[in-house]
Structures are given as C-alpha cells and as structure tokens.
Design a protein around this ligand. Sequence first.
Ligand SMILES: *Cc1c(COP(=O)(O)O)cnc(C)c1O
Length: 374
Amino acid sequence: MTPTQIRSIPFFDYPHLFSSEERDLTAIFRDVGLRGAFILQEDLVRFERNLAAYLGVKYALGVGNATDGLLLALRAAGIGPGDEVIFCSHTMVATAAAIHFSGATPVPVECSEDHLIDVGAVEKAVTPRTRAILPTQLNGRTADMETLVFIAKTHSLVIIEDAAQALGSRLQGRAAGTFGTAGVFSFFPAKTLGCLGDGGAVVTNDGDIYESLVQLRDHGRGSGGEIVSWGFNSRLDNLQAAILDFHLGSYDRTIERRRALAGIYRNRLRAIGQVKLPPGPQDEADHFDVFQNYEIEAERRDELRAFLKIHHIGSALPWGGKAVHQWPRLGFSTRLPLTERVFERALLLPLNLSLNEDDVHHICNTIQDFFRLG
Ligand SMILES: *Cc1c(COP(=O)(O)O)cnc(C)c1O
C-alpha cells in the first residue's frame, strides 16, 4: 500500500449490508411488494419454521425486536410486579428495561472471566421473591447454562435467555436460546443475522408459552381474530422476514467467516501481554461461539482507542461505556466491582462481514505498533 492510500475501517459499515447484496434484496422487495404481503404473511411463517428447525426447537415466533421479545416472554411466563429477575449487568440496557416494564424488579449481578453471567453471583442473589434468571449470551457465546439450569431447578425459577447476540452459538452442542422457558433473538442490522431494520424472535418448546406469545404480539387476538387477552403490537414485518429467511440460507457460512476473522485476532494478538482476549474459536471443546463481537480488555484502553482512531480504525465501548447498574438515572444502588473493572478496560474491535483478512491483519499491526511504541 502506498502512503497516499489511507485504509479506513469503520467499526461497522451499514451501507455495505445493502450494497453487498443489492440485487438479491431488490428482488425480494419487488416480490413481497407486488404480492402486497406486508403483515403476518407466508414469508414470516416460512422464516419462523426455518428458524425453529435451525435451532432444534419446537416454536419460533417473529416479533418487532428483541427488547419486545424479552418483555413478551416475561409476560407469557407470568412474571410481573413483586417478582425479582436476576440478570448480568454486562448487557444491553434492553435486557433490564424488559424486566422493568414487565413490572418485576431487575437484579443485576457480576460477570465472570469470559464477561458472561457469573453463576456463583446468581446463586447468591436468589431471594424468596426471585422468579427468573435472564442470562445474556454475550458476544456470541453461551453462558454456563448447565449450572444455571441446576440453580433454576433448585429454586423453582424460570430461565429466559437473552440470546440477541447468539444465534447459532452452542454449548455442548445445544443452541443458545433453547435451554430455558424461552429464548430471544435480535435481527438488528448489525447482529450476526440482521435485517434492514428492527426485528426479533422468541423461541420456545412450550406450547402454552407459544400460544400466549402469539396473542401478545398481535393485540391479544386468538386464532379466529377474537380478542382473548390484552396484547401489544409487536409483529416481525413480513418483508424483514423474507430478507431474514434469505440470510438464514447462508448463515452457516456467515458464522464460519466470523470465526475465521476471530481466529486471526486471536493468533495475532495473543502474544501482547497488555491485552486479554476472548477464548479462540478452536480453544474449547464445549463452546461454539459465533463472535457477534470481538471484545478484548486492554491496558491504556482509551489511549489505544485514540491511536486506532488516528489510524482510521473504528472501535467501540461496550454499551456506551457502562454496565447497566452504572447508569445513575436507572436507580440501581448496587456496586459490582469486577464488572466495573471490566468496563474500564473493555474494547470492541471491528468484526463483521465487510472486513477481509487483510483488514484484520492491519488492525492487529496497528495494535502491535501501539504497544511497541508506547
Ligand atoms: C441487540 C440486543 C438487544 C436488543 O435487541 P433489539 O432487537 O434491538 O431490541 C438486547 N440484548 C442484547 C444483549 C443485545 O445485544
């Protein structure tokens, strides 16, 4: 590369989502548009069927977004005022907001070494009012569900998984989102399976939960259109479902590609003492991670971030720089020192399908330069 060519790598390249598939997407718009198939049509049904088959679960239901999906799942499980729901504070605020708007009390706990929910902290946080655990399958990795399922059984708790970042992630061969009463996925454009707007799904093996969800997402309507309960409007757009079904067709390749890029980061950065990396794609027999994000911990994190920016490389702080319990306006009084320490060091590096291998090597070279020069 000559010095006059500046390589610029944004943290996420939204236009690429459309431009890389313009012909296919335009054909889908035309097809759906000419059929006038906008709400609750066959494309949605087909996507729901294919998603359920992909995950090995009985039911999948498209909803407006994952935040709604979490709220609907909590409501369908009968969780509400007076109940406590345990969640890991290293998550999107949406996880806690869904608990809040269900009427229950969100109870934040620490994350562990891999940044996912600390199961020991969950056990300690259980009180007589605890009704549910809502683990986040963060960054495309599945939490220690074996222990969480055991804790849930012991205390008669419900598990609802925030698997918004973890479609296709597996633990001992079992898919994230399928361990508890319900699991929730997001199809926000930047997620591993993205659409061109908002979208989400709730999956479950429980027929009663499924029936409640069907009603809750569509104004409380029963199968004949009669109103059988109070409901919301949170349907996955049929057009987005058609796009998602198209993306699901090549999803295995998407994941392979993300894992390959994560493997390059791992190999190139592992020798740097000042950074801590997530486990590599081949490092653990039990885990199959899909790398929604590549979240590292770094010494002098803010300086590193500024150095990357000077070199036209985008990066991001997880959740805007704070764990959920650290936003003062949300009213939590908890201190979670381990999580707070992670948030002083955590940094998200670019990981998406607009990157090629050279881009990732370039990012790694730049990080090596930073620590060598500094
Ligand atoms: C993206 C995300 C959500 C919210 O998803 P939406 O579809 O945007 O509502 C919730 N939890 C986690 C962990 C997420 O990453």
